[in-house]
Design a protein around this ligand. Structure first.
Ligand code: ZN
Length: 108
């Protein structure tokens, strides 16, 4: 994982973006935020399991489906299976050590 701090945008809704192998944060202090970093590391693992590009295709399609379901941008985002898994487990800093392969499927 390569950590980058970018101040191009300061939208508080987007504190971190992960595009394997990079975790891009908008706020420097978040570089020490273990829970946020764990959230992004879970995305790194999901991306590796799906060989990166298919992850983003799936992520985009699932967002569209969720958006049609909820008609709400942030609710759609929070309910993408990859986000459900990451939010559900971000506070468990040992999560990735015992996580099984393709675990995100359980969050569909
Ligand atoms: Zn996320």
């Amino acid at each position: 994982m390569i950590l980058l701090i970018v101040r191009l945008f300061t939208n508080k809704h987007y504190r971190g973006i992960t595009i394997y192998p990079f975790v891009i944060l908008t706020q420097k202090e978040d570089g020490r935020n273990a829970v946020l970093l764990n959230h992004e590391k879970i995305h790194i693992r999901q991306q590796l399991e799906l060989l990166v590009i298919p992850f983003f295709i799936w992520y985009g399609l699932e967002f569209l489906i969720r958006f049609l379901m909820y008609r709400n941008w942030s609710k759609a985002y929070r309910n993408i299976s990859f986000e459900r898994e990451s939010y559900a487990n971000e506070e468990d800093l040992d999560y990735l050590q015992q996580r099984s392969f393709w675990k995100w499927i359980k969050y569909l």
